[in-house]
Ligand binder design. Structure first.
Ligand SMILES: [Zn+2]
Length: 84
């Protein structure tokens, strides 16, 4: 799985660094099914929002609504931005 993701988080496409250098094996807490490998930050964010795609989509819309037009996206490598 890590080879197909080239060591990058499936959400933000970052390579983990610092104290958390390994990707987390993300899984559905209802079914136990393994999804993909995520960095700790993305894995935590999904968990904090109860794995609810509606809430996560609402959060993305909220951030886009309040984004400064001239401000660059922080912490989003080109690869992640091109998928959005
Ligand atoms: Zn990530």
């Amino acid at each position: 799985m890590s080879d197909t993701q080239e060591g990058r988080c499936a959400v933000c496409a970052r390579v983990p660094s610092g104290t958390r250098t390994r990707l987390c094996v993300d899984h559905c807490h209802t079914t136990g099914r393994i999804r993909q490998l995520l960095c700790n930050r993305c894995n935590m964010a999904i968990g904090l929002l109860d794995e609810n795609p509606v809430t996560l989509a609402s959060l993305a819309r909220y951030l886009a609504k309040h984004a400064e037009p001239s401000a660059p996206m922080r912490h989003a490598p080109e690869r992640a931005r091109s998928r959005a």
